[in-house]
Design a binder for this molecule. Structure first.
Ligand code: ADP
Ligand code: MG
Length: 674
């Protein structure tokens, strides 16, 4: 009604998108595909879905909006439900992996691109939707790129009269011509932006030789404090790469900001304090809400964030940017043959995007801690799309399940390297998810049901076939949440926490990081006060809570599958105590290493990478007793480290290892084109 309308406009009235409401609504109605672009913060994500709602498009089906990041999906849904005066989860809801906050009443649904991809599996025509908005397309996330190809394939080829759905692709900047061409030369609407000039200044702390350095944390803290004591009022946004760094930087800022004497040091007498707020993916949403609130008068806000603040979320009032020049990225590492989270220099376009965040409401300043030479020599012009740098295993399986067999000739916006496609096919073949003709197997379809890594799912299914899912379900849940073990910054506290963690692994039997995770889950769950138990043992209670909920959800999926007639059932004839590790082997035989000399292991996947056990593992310093091990993931610094490790016997993988070398590249490309 009009009351709702007027209330929302009070808050959203100065957003550039408002003037184009009628035009945009008409364009969406009249076109199957539409590209919308505009500066970050112009109101695309929060406003356009509301316009389409007001225009009544929800009557024909859900208005769905995808986001590459789960935090963005959640935060924005909260905001929009508030603006529209609805309870979150009713008319406006969100869905991300392991967290569904929607109901029968939901007509505006924010979701991760991964969730929509899964929905397409169950309903290839997306019949529930009237409009699908692929947001943040410029981020070029793997899932959004695949959705673009799929929607193009189904909707462009369909007969015009039969297409009911509308697809809107939204992008902050860049590549709109390319997008429009890709989508059959669809119209592009550009929301004219108002931006103010931002002056950028290079520093000299990080040069071309510092690509691997972690000095940038200290340096951003120093620069942020310098801005605080010497620049006029206006909030600060600091870009770092991840949670632990952000927490460290915030601790340092708290400590140093305490000792500032405002009577003498601050030029602008209206600034008398610093409010320090972290912002990263896995933090609680109630804390995230604070980020958007204006600070009390006289107080300067300083948000220390990951890349999420570069485009997905817009914080009002930012006047200063402190840019570390780095970002955490999932890259396929060909040296070790695995996807690894790495800290890498950002691209120049990314740096410009970050700087732009300072110029939304007035002229701003961007302080880059890296040198001009670093910019010239270490930073690419544009960020490489995820599809060209990450493992495609899950995506290829999804495509195959959707009946897209020729994964090489799929319409990709940017074609991934054939090497990555073949690597994915090889892995799926190794897991028995596809056969030699490239067809999805029965196991492959079961694997697809779980939102987990295919190897982990295979281990889980193996345990389930023995009727022992109770040991693998909690483990799978624990491996799906980040940061279980708290590592305090303070050295004394760190010692205390390390000791507790060592005790936990000893009590769980020792020498097996997977078993430690399982035990932590079970002990915490069985304790009278789980949160107190976590506090006592330096475990993140929030992570454990998510693990509990994830375990329940995985169990539900499994129960549903087990009720089917053809669910595999096997009997285990061996030592019960081996069972856990043998199940793990069926999923982790791709991650096997054998000790060669001293503390050095060598991987068995054909790469023969020299690797070390990470100091956080309970196997660290016990290497002399080890021969064969499996591991969950790797960390690459100057050395390659194995994390979450467990010893195994060669017998257990003997029959599986040949599978790693069974198919050659020639056969794979046949599989790909089948
Ligand atoms: P775009 O998608 O074009 O980048 P958005 O729709 O995300 O723009 O943002 C429009 C405005 O809404 C911005 O001024 C932003 O600060 C504000 N906004 C978005 N989310 C929230 C929130 N959770 N709380 C307060 N303001 C918000
Ligand atoms: Mg947006």
């Amino acid at each position: 009604g009009s009351k709702r309308e007027s209330k929302r406009c009070v808050e959203a009235q100065c957003l550039p998108i408002l003037q184009h409401k009628a035009t945009l609504t008409k364009l969406v109605k009249d076109n199957v595909f539409l590209v919308v672009t505009g500066e970050t913060g112009s109101g695309k994500t929060t406003q356009l879905p509301q316009y389409l709602y007001e225009a009544g498009l929800w009557k024909g089906g859900i208005i769905g909006i995808t986001q590459p990041r789960r935090v963005a999906a959640i935060t924005v849904a909260q905001r929009v439900s508030q603006e529209m005066h609805f309870t979150l989860g009713k008319e406006v809801g969100y869905q991300v992996r392991f967290d569904d906050c929607t109901s029968q009443a939901t007509v505006v649904k924010y979701m991760t691109d991964g969730c929509l991809l899964r929905e397409i599996l169950a309903d290839p025509g997306l019949s529930q939707y009237s409009v699908v908005i692929l947001d943040e397309a410029h981020e070029r996330s793997l899932n959004t790129d695949i959705l673009l190809g799929l929607l193009k394939k189904t909707l462009l080829q369909a007969d015009k009269g039969s297409v009911r759905q509308r697809v809107v692709v939204m992008s902050a900047t860049l590549e709109t011509d390319k997008l429009s061409t890709f989508l059959g030369h669809c119209p592009v609407f550009t929301i004219p932006g108002r931006t103010f000039p931002v002056t950028s200044r290079f520093g000299n702390a990080i040069g071309p030789k510092e690509v691997d350095s972690s000095r940038y944390v200290n340096e951003v803290v120093r620069v942020a404090l310098d801005v605080h004591v010497s620049e006029v009022a206006g909030d600060i946004l600091v870009f770092l790469t991840g949670q632990s760094e952000i927490e460290k930087a915030c601790d340092m800022l708290y400590e140093k900001a305490e000792s500032i004497d405002y009577r003498y040091d601050v030029q602008d007498q209206t600034v008398e304090g610093l409010l320090i707020l972290p912002l990263y993916g896995s933090m609680p949403t109630d804390q995230q809400r604070q980020i958007f609130q204006a600070p009390p008068s006289g107080i300067r806000k300083c948000v220390v964030a990951t890349n999420i603040a570069a485009t997905s979320l817009t914080i009002n009032g930012i006047k200063y940017i402190v840019d570390s020049g780095f970002v955490k990225q999932l890259n396929h590492n060909s040296r070790v043959g695995m996807d690894i989270l790495e800290v890498v220099p950002i691209s120049k376009s990314e740096a410009q995007q970050r700087a732009g965040r300072a110029g939304r409401t007035s002229a701003g300043k961007c302080f880059r801690i890296y040198s001009n030479e670093f910019w010239e020599k270490c930073m690419l012009d544009y960020t490489v799309p995820e599809i060209q740098r990450a493992s495609l295993t899950s995506v290829v399986l999804t495509l195959k399940c959707l009946g897209v067999h020729d994964v090489i000739r799929f319409p990709y916006l940017d074609h991934p390297e054939e090497r990555l496609l073949l690597e994915a096919l090889k892995q799926l073949y190794q897991f028995d998810a596809i056969d030699r003709r490239g067809q999805v197997t029965q196991l492959g379809r079961l694997i697809m049901e779980f939102p987990l890594h295919p190897g982990l799912t295979r281990a889980l299914l193996k345990a389930a076939s023995y009727g022992c899912e109770d040991i693998l379900l909690p483990l799978a849940a624990m491996l799906s949440v980040e940061n279980i073990f708290i590592r305090p910054g303070h050295p004394e506290k760190q010692k205390e926490a390390d000791k507790k963690h060592r005790n936990l692994s000893a009590q769980s039997g020792g020498m097996n990081d997977f078993a430690t995770l399982l035990s932590v889950f079970q002990w915490c769950k069985a304790s009278d006060s789980p949160s107190a138990w976590c506090k006592e043992n330096w475990i993140h209670w929030r992570a454990l809570k998510s693990a509990f909920s994830i375990e329940t959800q995985l169990r539900e999926i499994l129960l549903r599958l087990q009720q089917k007639k053809d669910f595999p059932v096997e009997t285990f004839t061996g030592n019960k105590s081996e069972l856990f590790r043998r199940c793990l082997c069926t999923g982790y035989f791709t991650n096997v290493a054998r000790r060669s000399i001293g503390k050095i292991f060598s991987t068995m996947d054909g790469h023969g990478t020299a690797v070390h056990v990470h100091p956080s593992s309970s196997l660290f310093d016990q290497e002399a007793e080890l021969d064969w091990v499996i591991f969950h993931d790797m960390m690459v610094t100057s050395r390659v480290y194995l994390r979450t490790v467990c010893p195994i016997r060669y017998d257990w993988v003997k029959d599986l290892l040949p599978k790693l070398h069974e198919v050659d590249a020639y056969e794979l490309s046949n599989i790909a084109r089948e």
